[in-house]
Structure formats: structure tokens, C-alpha cells
Ligand binder design. Structure first.
Ligand code: MG
Length: 358
């Protein structure tokens, strides 16, 4: 791979500080990088008036819809390592984690703005592949890249995506709204992405790992169709996506709704490979489901009478869902029923800066 130099065209940078192009090193200035992104993200969508290349993008508002805006940043060495995933996959994942937040509101994604801070020297193919992956994932779900900013990072690479979407005014779902007596439901399985990350971190050849948990970590699937179905149904009281583990995210849903909850450890949906990963690490499998981050599944609360209809609808979309517990009055707090029947306080979720075993 040919390295290249990304250099912001600022006069403030002293000559002596400028990365010096060596033989075979191409100097890229900001406008050239923006042009590369513009060519990759070419095309306009519904409501787009101005895209990449002006001081701001412009679009028409959609009558009858609420506008949703979400942002997520990923930092090299914190959220990913290029030993764990290639740049194209990272681009897709960057889009997917933002798309998941739109899904968590029952919305439809529309357009994105990308902020890219690159180290002074980075392989060109990495940047091109990253943008290709990001644009491809957005396109799959009907969204486009319409603007952003590029800059030099004195440290690791940083990517931040701001994604805008819409939801019909009467259909938006949020974290508040869960009621005592509701069932707590999750889509898919839990803990596999966390197991995949652990495998990548502990493998001598992480790029070669192709297991289900690793796939789940590298390529999260935003549950947009599922989010829309739940929002349209009118039967869901609260909805969110799971990025920091069920234990941590359920706390947020309960705090927003002013309720407590009880989770059944024995009912948590676990893939066979997640159970094997837990055994290899000598950890309890249901703890991986509670604390493994980056699942990007949906958690929702609904009346017991509505659960069969919702579960059948999700199954028709090809997505299983599982009842993992119930909503209680706030005074009952947050608890976990162990497979033995013992009731304990709900453990904490995944936290940034957490170390293995914490
Ligand atoms: Mg979220």
C-alpha cells in the first residue's frame, strides 16, 4: 500500500512542521480529500438541494415527519484496530452503528455528515476503502453522505458520523414509556459481538478470524426494518438499541421511564459460539449477554397481550425476538433472576475504559 500525506491547507502550520513528502509519497490536501469523498458519495436523494462542496448541505423538510439527528464517534485504538478489521468494513460499521440509533427511534435514515481526522501519514487505500464502505452501508438503507469535514489528527484516526433521519410524527418511539407489567423483549442474540471482540484482541492473526462472533463485531446489522415495524404497530411503549450491553442499556431505559425491571438470566438469547467463548474465558455465558457491548439489537417494552403479535411480525422479517424479563415499579429496582432461581442486583453494563474481568 502506498502511504500518503494528508495535509490541511492551513497557513498556521509552520513549514518545519509539515509532513515532508518522500519518494513515492503523495501529498494530499484537504480539498483533494474532499473531492475523493465527493466522487465516492456522488448522487442526490429525495429532498437534497445541496451536497458536498458548499459551506453547508441543504435539504427540504418532510411534511408530517419529525427529524431525527444522531452522532457517533469511533477512535482508532479505542473502538477498532486495523489488525481487527479492514478499512471498508470499518466504513460499513461506522454507518451501521449510527443507523442503529435511527432504528431505535422507529425512524428512516436520510443523510449523513462525516468528520474524518486522519494521522499525518495514512495509506490512501485505507481512506478510499473506508469512505466506500460507509457510503455502501448508507445506500443499502436508503441514506446518503452529503457533507462533513476533514482534518489532521496528531494522534490516532478519528471518525465521527452525524446521521439525520425522519419518523412520522405519531410513530416516534423513545426510551421513556415503559410501564410496570410490560414484557422486556430483545431481537437477535446478545453477547456475540463482545465475544468476537475478545477473540480479535486475543488472536495472533485477528484478520483471519471468520467466526460468527467476529462477524457480529465487524458487521453489525442495523435493525431498521424491525424498528419501523415496531413503530408502525402502535403496540410498543419504549424502544432503544443495545450498544453498551443489556445491563447498562436497560438501566437507561428504566431511568427514562421511571420504572424498575427484573431480568431472567436463563432466558437471555445466546448463540452457541457465545457460550463456547464464555467457557473458554471461564465466564458465565449470561454475563456476556448482559455486559458484552456492540450488539446493536433492539430492546423494547410492550404489554404481555401484544407480545405474540409483535414477535410474529418480527419473525416474518426474519428476526427472532426473546422475552428477557419484565418491567416493575421503580421501587422494586433492577434485579436479575439467576438460573438457580436466586435473585441478585442487576450487574453493571459494559463501560468505556473497562478492562477484562471488570
Ligand atoms: Mg443508541
Amino acid at each position: 500500500m502506498k502511504p500518503f500525506v494528508v495535509q490541511r491547507g492551513s497557513a498556521r502550520r509552520r513549514q518545519s512542521e509539515k509532513p515532508r513528502p518522500r519518494s513515492g509519497v503523495r501529498v494530499w490536501r484537504e480539498f483533494e480529500l474532499i473531492d475523493l469523498i465527493r466522487r465516492t458519495a456522488a448522487g442526490r436523494g429525495r429532498g437534497d438541494c445541496l451536497g458536498i462542496g458548499d459551506d453547508a448541505s441543504a435539504h427540504l423538510p418532510e411534511a408530517g415527519f419529525l427529524e431525527l439527528v444522531t452522532a457517533d464517534a469511533l477512535v482508532e485504538g479505542v473502538h477498532w484496530d486495523f489488525a481487527w478489521c479492514d478499512a471498508y468494513t470499518l466504513g460499513r460499521k461506522t454507518a451501521a452503528v449510527n443507523l442503529s440509533d435511527i432504528a431505535a427511534m422507529g425512524g428512516m435514515p436520510r443523510r449523513a455528515h462525516l468528520v474524518l481526522a486522519l494521522p499525518p501519514i495514512a495509506p490512501l487505500v485505507q481512506v478510499t476503502d473506508f469512505v466506500r464502505g460507509l457510503v455502501a452501508e448508507l445506500k443499502i438503507h436508503g441514506a446518503r453522505l452529503v457533507g462533513g469535514d476533514t482534518n489532521v489528527s496528531p494522534g490516532p484516526m478519528l471518525v465521527s458520523l452525524t446521521l439525520q433521519g425522519v419518523v412520522p410524527k405519531s410513530e416516534m418511539l423513545c426510551r421513556r414509556g415503559a410501564r410496570p407489567g410490560d414484557r422486556l423483549m430483545v431481537t437477535g442474540d446478545l453477547g456475540s459481538a463482545g465475544a468476537g471482540l475478545w477473540a480479535l484482541q486475543h488472536s495472533r492473526r485477528p484478520q483471519r478470524l471468520r467466526t460468527y462472533p467476529v462477524r457480529r463485531w465487524r458487521r453489525p446489522i442495523p435493525r431498521l426494518a424491525e424498528g419501523r415495524f415496531l413503530a408502525r404497530s402502535g403496540r410498543v411503549h419504549a424502544l432503544m438499541d443495545l450498544s453498551d450491553g443489556l445491563a447498562g442499556d436497560l438501566r437507561r431505559l428504566c431511568a427514562a421511564s421511571g420504572v424498575g425491571a427484573r431480568v431472567q438470566a436463563g432466558q437471555l438469547p445466546l448463540a452457541p459460539s457465545t457460550r463456547r467463548s464464555a467457557a473458554a474465558r471461564k465466564r458465565l455465558p449470561w454475563l456476556l449477554a448482559l455486559q458484552g457491548g456492540e450488539d446493536y439489537e433492539l430492546l423494547f417494552a410492550a404489554s404481555p397481550a401484544d407480545v405474540p403479535v409483535l414477535a410474529n411480525g418480527l419473525r416474518r422479517l426474519g428476526t427472532p425476538c426473546t422475552c428477557v424479563g419484565e418491567v416493575l415499579p421503580a421501587a422494586r429496582g433492577l434485579s436479575l433472576v439467576l438460573p438457580s432461581g436466586e435473585i441478585v442486583p442487576l450487574p453493571p453494563g459494559w463501560e468505556h475504559n473497562q478492562t477484562e474481568g471488570a
